[in-house]
Design a protein around this ligand. Structure first.
Ligand code: PLP
Length: 407
């Protein structure tokens, strides 16, 4: 009989978003008149900017000609896009990343998951708690997580690093030696960031222990404060211990377009192997590249007009974040994030449970949020709100929550 990957059977059901949908649907069926506002979604809502649309239209036209037709492209991505990324996302910030260290892909989600292919099964993996679930589940599928312990909501072999109010949502170095360390800044779900000094501690640790930092900066475009790093490669020593994931999803509204990239420095070696070569081998074997039209659209965000246009969309979301953060803080709630990230991490009042407060907001304010407990045990007692909605609806949602708290 064919054997299956038994690790898949150990995965708990993807409980969070299905449970949210179930509760929302139960409420709206009983209250069809309720006008729900969704501040739980992690998807963007603003359309693609004109520069991207024009570039994609023009690329479609090219594809209809013999001269401009593109079949299979380079698995690593087209040079025009890799060059633009190296120049605008890195060189412009004084960071030396060469185009051959950049791999274009169809998403940071895929890359964060697929990167595990190049690492052995016995590595000890460290994740933050709360956490973007992809890091956890993909390691579980690869057999690096052990068994899921239902009663504590954790995997037996993963090292969880609590990110809580007391440590400013930045993980402390683990007591045991860890080999693969997932860090995400600006963070989903807490919306918090790490300083250069805090990241330097991790880079030094990883170099000393020959570990690898898997740095997800999918939300770097939302950094507003000057001294907050956009890239792990702003930190001295990172080229010998880090891989970085970036995405056009939130930067340029590409969630439905699918385009992202991963940076693997040439210096990065473990076990005598160059990780850039391993990732190249993996991509060439299992991936056939992002469509030409999409890569042309992505490259358009690096033109002067493209840059200005995506900035406007990001500013729109940043303003939503400000409205949520300031409004809820004014209402007496303790909130984090929202300054350098599109997420606001709101503490529930009086230690009320995440789900209980989620239900209250759902039923009394008709606003859909995300319970923090869904991102890991340390998310209990928090609610995540997102800034990706419509500005008027966001303002209305905040007013409703304020009113609810007054009652
Ligand atoms: N990384 C983090 C932390 C995310 O929150 C998300 C999306 O929500 C992604 C990666 C996925 O990015 P992409 O759309 O490029 O797959």
């Amino acid at each position: 009989m064919t054997q299956i990957n038994q690790n898949f059977l150990k995965l708990p059901g993807s409980y969070l978003f299905s449970e949210i949908a179930r509760r929302v649907s139960a409420y709206t069926s009983a209250h069809p008149e309720a006008k729900m506002i969704r501040l739980g979604i992690g998807d963007v809502t603003r359309p693609l900017v004109p520069a991207v649309i024009a570039a994609m239209h023009s690329a479609v036209d090219e594809m209809g000609t013999f001269e401009g037709f593109h079949g299979y492209g380079p698995e690593q991505g087209y040079e025009f896009l890799r060059n633009a990324i190296a120049e605008h996302d890195y060189a412009a910030r004084g960071i030396d990343i060469q185009p051959n260290e950049i791999f274009i892909s169809d998403g940071a989600k895929s890359d964060c998951g697929n990167i595990g292919d190049i690492f052995g099964p016995d590595n000890v993996v460290a994740v933050c708690d709360p956490v973007y679930p992809v890091y956890v589940d993909t390691n579980a599928m690869a057999g690096r997580a052990g068994d899921f312990q239902e009663e504590i909501g954790r995997w037996s072999k993963l090292v969880y690093m609590p990110c809580v109010e007391e440590n400013g949502f930045t993980p402390e170095l683990p007591k045991e030696k860890v080999d693969m360390i997932y860090l995400c800044y600006p963070n989903n779900p807490t919306g918090t960031v790490a300083t250069k000094e805090q990241l330097k501690v991790w880079v030094d640790y990883a170099n000393e222990h020959q570990s690898i930092i898997l740095f997800d900066s999918a939300y770097e475009a939302f950094v507003t404060e000057e001294n907050v790093p956009h890239s792990i490669f702003e930190i001295e020593g990172a080229r010998t211990c880090a891989i970085e994931f970036r995405s056009f999803s939130k930067t340029a509204g590409f969630t439905g377009n699918r385009c992202a990239y991963t940076v693997v420095p040439m210096e990065l070696e473990r076990d005598g192997a160059k990780l850039n070569s391993l990732w190249n081998r993996r991509q060439c074997t299992k991936f056939n590249g992002v469509p030409y039209v999409i890569q042309r659209g992505a490259a358009a965000i690096y033109t002067e007009e493209g840059k200005a246009q995506i900035r406007e969309n990001i500013a729109y979301y940043q303003n939503n974040a400000k409205v949520i953060l300031e409004g809820l803080t004014e209402a007496g709630l303790t909130c984090y994030g929202g300054v350098n990230a599109p997420y606001i991490w709101m503490k529930t009042p009086d230690g009320v449970g995440s789900w209980e407060f989620f239900d209250r907001i759902l039923q009394e304010a008709n606003v859909v949020t995300t319970p923090g407990a869904g991102f890991g045990p340390s998310g209990e007692g928090y609610i995540r709100l997102t800034a990706f909605g419509d500005a008027d609806a966001t303002r209305e949602a905040v007013d409703r929550i304020k009113k609810m708290l007054k009652n």
